[in-house]
Design a protein around this ligand. Structure first.
Ligand SMILES: [Zn+2]
Ligand SMILES: [Zn+2]
Length: 96
């Protein structure tokens, strides 16, 4: 089962609802990336189970030109580089 959690930056107030690292649901595996161009955290699909289709390429969904890195909590804010915190009062979402 996959889970999304709210992460919050104490430095600039940025929040993101992402898995916070490699995750897996019933139909696909995802991972969290920090895109340096968008300055956003994003969950992106990395693997689709039980599929003969081509597996997704890891990239920023906005553009292949964007540079990104794998993001795994605890890690830094993509906007201001301060350490992000898990927001215990924030939203927790099961996505499958
Ligand atoms: Zn920040
Ligand atoms: Zn991007």
């Amino acid at each position: 089962m996959g889970m999304r959690v709210t992460f919050k930056c104490a430095g600039c107030g940025y929040t993101a609802l992402v898995s916070g690292g490699p995750d897996g649901g019933m139909i696909a595996g995802t991972t969290t990336i920090a895109c340096a161009d968008c300055q956003e955290l994003r969950d992106i699909p990395v693997e689709i189970w039980n599929s003969d289709e081509e597996q997704p390429v890891i990239q920023c969904p906005v553009s292949v030109e964007h540079s990104w890195r794998q993001w795994q909590f605890p890690d830094n804010c993509p906007k201001c580089d301060a350490m992000m915190e898990r927001d215990e009062a924030g939203e927790w979402v099961r996505w499958d």
